[in-house]
Design a protein around this ligand. Sequence first.
Ligand code: DX5
Ligand code: ZN
Length: 241
Amino acid sequence: MSRREQLAELACGPPLVLPSLLLCDFTCLRQEMRRLEEAGVQALHLDVMDGQFVPNFTYGLTVVHAVRQVTSLPLDVHLMMVRPHAWIESFRQAGADAITVHIEAEPEPREVLAQIRSLGAMAGLALNPETPLSSVMPYLSDCDLVLVMSVQPGFGGQVFDGRALEKLRALRADVPAGVVLEVDGGVNEDNIEQCVQAGASWLVAGSAIFDREDYPHSFSRLSGQARRGMIAKTSPCSKLS
Ligand code: DX5
Ligand code: ZN
């Protein structure tokens, strides 16, 4: 099964916790990937920051490519950068299986979303806490996932912004079947069930995993809580059947 097919399957499965590779130990990437795989992780979230769109600079193509070399897990790449349309092909070549751009950086995202899809990757559209939901509504059928930010992008370890829950609830009603709702920032054991009940099926967790020494324990605890948050409707594909 291709990684793209793996992601499509994960998009229809139970809630998925994706560790965010921002706070992991980059000095031993290969071992970190083994530890996460052994913990049962099924996909990874990579935070690319350019120091312009957000006040932080993390990593780019070389790190995405390096992660690609040391794991076969699907890579969900979150581009927090200006003019992301100029880099889509490069990130796809580096190994990204899902590529998310911010509506604040691409106010007319239809073309860039189509380009991501044409390259065989999942196309994602992200919005910040203070960005109104109305900004992404015209593009819901152009993307495969909507990334609702529950922190101001730029850093891990921030406090969860509850406005994300309202956006998730509103999106859940309107989003076309099969489109994944993902939430990112400050997700932890105290709010993950609420995120799932509000409609999120992909949950990004950074400090809630990497700030604890025992990855398997923190990951399985979060995953168990996410499944407990699952309501009857649940999967974004349930409307498909
Ligand atoms: C923030 C990033 C998030 C962040 C998640 O700009 O997009 O993915 O790293 O880390 P926590 O879970 O610690 O907020
Ligand atoms: Zn992110």
